[in-house]
Write a protein that binds this ligand. Sequence first.
Ligand code: ADP
Length: 481
Amino acid sequence: MYLRKLLSLPRTLAFRLALWYALIFTISSFVAFLVFHLVISSALRDRTDQELLTEVTELSSHLALKGLDAVELDIVQDAESTGVTRMFLRVLTPGGEELVSSNMSSWTDILVSDNALKRLMSGSNNVFDTLNNPRRGHSVRILYGIIGPDRIVQIGKSLEDDERFMMAFRERFLMLMAGLMVLGGLIGWFMARRALSGIEEVSRTAEDISKGSIESRVSLKARGAELERLVTTFNTMLDRIHSLMCGMREMTDNIAHDLKSPVTRIRGIAEMTLTSGNSLDEYHSMAANTIEECDRLLTMIDTMLDISELEAGAGNLAMDEVDIARVVEDACELFQPLAEDKGLTIIAELPTNCWVYGDVQRLQRMVANLLDNAVKYTPTEGTVTVSVNGDEDQVFLSVNDTGIGISEEDLANIFERFYRCDPSRSETGVGLGLSLVMAIAHSHGGDVGASSYPGKGSIFTISLPRKPISQPVFCSNITKW
Ligand code: ADP
């Protein structure tokens, strides 16, 4: 288990991030080291050169004022005060012949460079040279300078101290860098783990959910805007899936419940006819009842499928210019006999024509469902008023009745599938009519709203756009009267 975890470590994002972090850290430190090295070594070199040049200037003025003997004393003293192993001075003729010098016992390997003398003679004031003699173990900085007529001084200074200093600098810096690299890797690892902890929690939650605990959510701790957005989106998605699952479960329960009643009725009719029915008439009546129940069942299943298709945007709408005033007028005529039977008055307040863009059959079903409800839930001597009006962009269709009304609590649920308010249980219906109305309105880019006053009546309003829409709207507008 641990071995597997260890082997998969290089594949983890945290490990790679830590590695990158350490690498970038190392490269930056190395560049910083190079820059420091260059700056310090050139500062040291400048300082040495400056010292040698000062020496030449001093010797030159001493030679002019006091002569060669005084210069000899000077160079011996200067070499001794610095250390005869660290510095030498000698005065030469332009041909390279030595006139006077400090103690040269430690500098026997240092010769006079003909090239440097030639350059001096050809006009250069000072000539610098660096000798790297491996036997000596350190470099020597040499300056040839003119201190008087036919007098040249050769000064050499050991760079041992500077080189030792640079070596110590290099060693310390490299040691520090190695330590910093390890530290950088560890800090990188820690930071990457911390930054990715949110993602790990998201995948842990996803794992929990796949094991069945659908209620799990990722906690929203302060982890940076990006991760907080991911966590919020993830949790919102889970909430949505959860509510969809609950909705589906509820719908399945409802379907099972609503399918059970007609099937039980069909079975009851068949059983009764089998046990007690003898005559052909009874068998005929059983067959007729069975067909009636089956038709109800099929209508219910068709409506459910229609709603699902429309909601999923797969309703295959046959879109065209539709005169909605004509559709409403036809529907009113269709429901007139039913209304008359119940002693209701249907009033249609319609313009001569009113064009919308839609599927005529779906719009007919929508209007029919609203009228059916208004007639069904309005007692004798009531009135159902249907009106159509609109503006440049939208058409408004309203069905207003003086019926039993809907309580505020029910009003919030009437557009849900299979929802039926208690006072209307005595009427036929399965609670799918308004869901279909809403699905049709939304699929046309419109909306549906309802307001009601219990005991006095209800108004259902549909708004439809006149022009074709690119995306359907999925919301509804429910208000209390
Ligand atoms: P149903 O088949 O039961 O009519 P609907 O989806 O058409 O199903 O309506 C859902 C519920 O809303 C109905 O059962 C009824 O209680 C209530 N309802 C719908 N329209 C009206 C109305 N015009 N007046 C009073 N109640 C209504």
